[in-house]
Structure formats: structure tokens, C-alpha cells
Design a protein around this ligand. Structure first.
Ligand SMILES: Nc1ncnc2c1ncn2[C@@H]1O[C@H](COP(=O)(O)OP(=O)(O)OP(=O)(O)O)[C@@H](O)[C@H]1O
Ligand SMILES: [Mg+2]
Length: 164
């Protein structure tokens, strides 16, 4: 395997708890430098997923949407957690923020609306696209680039992610 290899998985969430379960599994695998790139329409569940992830890595207290602050930093029990929402960020601002310090830092980064800054994301990352299918139903399509993320996708598929 090389870093150009891609993995894919589909996680069907029938309800909010299924989304939380995916976040918890990814949190269990996360290590320093893990980058999760989230996309999906307004209200799809990007922040809800991020909150479940934060809780699972031991962040205490409330994790709000960082829409206006762009980046929020938290300390989990094992790892720092960097939560970004780049919806309102211009390309120039994004360039100036020095995002690599987060992506390649000691913590885990989740980026909401990540495709808006696709050029600035590290090549090795896990992308999650959340489709709002109705009420609590969501389809979360994962695609991983890099050995580690490809392995995660394979594991998720093996867990029956696509068969639900
Ligand atoms: N299966 C599910 N997964 C995630 N969220 C769900 C699910 N079912 C219902 N919800 C609800 O959908 C809403 C998702 O809102 P959230 O703020 O997470 O969306 P978002 O993608 O971050 O939107 P925005 O683009 O505005 O930041 C929450 O109120 C959450 O409780
Ligand atoms: Mg959000």
C-alpha cells in the first residue's frame, strides 16, 4: 500500500445514536495528526458528529459549533482536539491561519465544510460526507487516503457498515 491508495466505506445511520457510534469508533482509532474532513448540507449533522467525537476522546464540557470562531481548541483526556468550521472563511484568511500547525500538530482535527479548503488539507485524511436522507436518517460516505485511513475504511466495511 502507498499513500495514494484510497479506501471507501458507507455508514448508514438510522438515528442519531448510529452517528454517535461512528464518531466513537473513529475516536478510539484517532492518534496525533488524525484529520477528519466533514462535508454535508446545513443541518446534516457535522457538528453533532464532532460533539460525539469530542466526548469520546475525553473533552469535558460543551462543544459548540465553531461557525463564528472558525477554530476552537479543546483538551481531551488523551489528545488535544481542534474543531474548525470553515464555512465563513475566505481563501486568503485560510492561507494566513497556518492550518498545518493544527493538521500536523499533537491533536486531532475535525474540519466542517472541509471541501471549501480542499487545497489546504493534508493529502492523508479521512473524508466524511453526510447525506440527510430524512428525519434522523443519514448516509455517511467515508473515503480515506493514506495507509491508516484506508485501513479504517476496510475495518468499518467489515463491521457491516454498508449492510445495515
Ligand atoms: N442521525 C443523525 N446524525 C446526526 N445528527 C442528527 C441525526 N438525526 C438527527 N440529527 C439532528 O440533526 C441536527 C444536525 O445539526 P448539526 O448542527 O450537527 O448540523 P451541521 O451539519 O453541523 O450543520 P451546519 O452546516 O449548519 O454547521 C442536530 O439537531 C441533530 O440532533
Ligand atoms: Mg456545524
Amino acid at each position: 500500500m502507498n499513500s495514494n491508495e484510497k479506501g471507501q466505506a458507507v455508514w448508514m445511520a438510522d438515528n442519531e445514536q448510529d452517528t454517535v457510534a461512528l464518531a466513537e469508533q473513529l475516536a478510539a482509532w484517532a492518534t496525533p495528526g488524525t484529520v477528519l474532513a466533514l462535508d454535508g448540507d446545513l443541518g446534516a449533522g457535522k457538528t453533532r458528529f464532532s460533539q460525539a467525537f469530542a466526548k469520546a476522546i475525553g473533552v469535558n464540557g460543551v462543544v459548540n459549533s465553531p461557525t463564528f470562531t472558525i477554530i476552537k481548541e479543546y483538551q481531551g483526556s488523551q489528545l488535544p482536539f481542534y474543531h474548525m468550521d470553515v464555512y465563513r472563511l475566505s481563501q486568503t484568511e485560510a492561507d494566513e491561519l497556518g492550518l498545518d500547525d493544527y493538521f500536523y500538530g499533537d491533536g486531532v482535527t475535525i474540519v466542517e465544510w472541509a471541501s471549501l479548503i480542499a487545497d489546504l488539507l493534508p493529502p492523508e485524511r479521512l473524508q466524511l460526507y453526510i447525506d440527510h436522507l430524512g428525519d434522523e436518517k443519514r448516509r455517511i460516505t467515508l473515503s480515506g487516503t493514506g495507509v491508516l485511513y484506508v485501513r479504517w475504511c476496510t475495518e468499518l466495511q467489515a463491521m457491516g457498515a454498508s449492510g445495515k
